[in-house]
Design a protein around this ligand. Sequence first.
Ligand code: NAD
Length: 705
Amino acid sequence: MSQFTSYEVRDNIAVITLNSPPVNGLGLGLRAAIMDGFDQATADEKVQAIVVASAGKLFCGGADISEFGSDKAMTSPTLPEVCNTLEESAKPIVAALNGMALGGGCELALACDYRIALPAVKIGLPEVNLGILPGAGGTQRMPRLAGAQLALEMITSGKPVGAKKMLAAGVIDRIHEGEGSILDAAVQYAQELLDTNAPVRSCAQMSVDTSELPENFFAEFRKSIARRTRGFYAPERCIQCVEAACELPLHEGLAKEGELFRECMNTSQARAQQHLFFAERAATKIPGVDPKTPLRDVKKVAIIGSGTMGGGIAMNFVNVGIPTVILDLNAEALERGLGVIRTNYEISAKKGRLSEAQVEERMNLLQATTEYSEIGDVDLVIEAVFENMDIKKKVFQTLDEVCKPGAILATNTSTLDVDEIASVTARPQDVIGLHFFSPANVMRLLEIVRGGKTADDALLTTIKMAQAIGKVPVVAGVCWGFIGNRILEPYGREAARLILEGATPAQIDKVLYDFGLAMGLPSMIDLAGIDVGYLTRQGNQEAFYGRDPGYAAICDKLHELGRFGQKTGRGFYIYEGRDKKEDPEVISLAETLAAEQSITRREISDQEVLERTIYMLINEGAQVLEDGIAYRSSDIDTVYCNGYGFPGHRGGPMQYADEIGLDTVVNALNKYRDQLGAYGEEWFKPAPLLEKLAAEGKTFKEFTA
Ligand code: NAD
């Protein structure tokens, strides 16, 4: 009857089937079609009950977020109007949940009177991840059906919940496990409801049962999520909505929800989080590469090096059932590597996330060897040996000799030239960088480094493989440090310099933490290891010390003193167990170094700390874009928010710059360039692309290479 739904009447039951691929996104067309179907069913005297079903894989993926910010989202029938209309129906409505019901899809189901679902169905309200809250009654109806505790958890975490738990909570009324389709079962259920004179069940007639809630329930809940939601605006508004659900009748609660929804929608956070949502999807599209290119198979993998990274990388593959061979120099290294993997799995088992059988299953998928002859049959090799070009070249020469034709040969290097590594093989088209982040079994980011000669099918295969192991892939070009570490470098440089000029490590940490980063730079360097940064600088001396003899002087001094950070108990801070203390000696060292370099120490404002660090990410990000190392500014944001602890509510450095205005960044860079003399002249030139876009009044988002 419409391009978005179909309508039929089976005896006395009308069936409205959502049919708007790919996910039944609740755009204006689908919303209007649901209303048409409902009106038809209401007007038809023969119809006594209504079933809302789906022809797709999902029941409904939610609002059509491409409509956000456009008139369409607000055009009648809006989603709240659709839900309220269904709820007020005099004829009972059954939602037939064949698949996921998310966001607006969940709200649509909650507005029905009864819900029947397949056992694998999940229901969720993920709006908080987009910086908003469920605005079509989800925050009012979910607590009435599921209770305040579960509703709060779902709404503030955005995590979907399985059918069984939803049945126990009273959100789902029946699970269809038997033969026959869910649609037939839903029609039969509707008939049973009619036969037993079951009432329509409007949430307007229900109140949230608060009798069992402990005193201070909401205050305690706020405390319990404070760390996870630090700096985010929407979670608190979600809680306020659920409080309203506990206190107010439905229509008043819905009005409150609408008010708070609009408040969230108009924030820079909502724009930032929605930007990241689209950014992740855009990152898999590579300009000039046909997405239909046939892919290579990845059925067996080898990892070279069983250290910190190799072990974590291997876990990603065995977690999804892919047999993985780990190769290292000797039996001791292998034993140590496998031991760490086993310990990791056993910790998961203790926490109840894995069964003992699963631990064994995964360990059994791992094979350890010191012989290259045993990896001749693998489809993908990931090298994770020491960060040293000569060693890596030797490994790749050997891989070229032993691996089967068409095998993808990847390096996990953090900074080295992937093309140079590829050049020692006779198959540079098969060589690529796969830059995992530590801990590799946990961190979601995977930077895929596309070499000058990397074949399109090798590139697309690794993107798909990344998704299969639950990573967020972003493709970068070849340069020192790729996207992430290249941009990190000037940010780190400024933090080190600020300490010489008079800022303390604790001040820098606080400014960056308060901005929303997971941790400030001095703490991050202490965690990663001051020795690691030192080695990286040694590998690129000309680019750093050649331009500035005082480059990273404080870090090099700490390195010289054997203060490698947390691992040695001392770095920028002193570590005693879990405690970390400021160290006056770092300040004395900074004073000496500053005197040596004729740097006048002064009080540095928090604003200066923020601008000189964060704006460096932005400036280098602009250069990375201009150099074609990243395809789009949103790729840089995806890298930073998934791999470097940049706050999601800022949407990444480039989105942040777009939000505050590129001219703001240019002006600040020019200000410091003037203030900081020769140092400013060397490092504070705005990137040409940044200057150009700012002059044109444009954003990074508008830039396409
Ligand atoms: P690591 O020192 O923990 O492990 C290296 C392993 O490689 C050791 O087990 C060593 O025995 C083995 N090895 C060395 N030479 C070998 C050879 N010729 N053949 C086989 N095995 C050999 O190092 P790591 O921290 O795991 O780093 C590995 C790579 O990953 C480096 O290129 C590094 O830059 C990169 N990386 C590290 C991190 C990190 O945070 N540690 C993050 C991203 C990328």
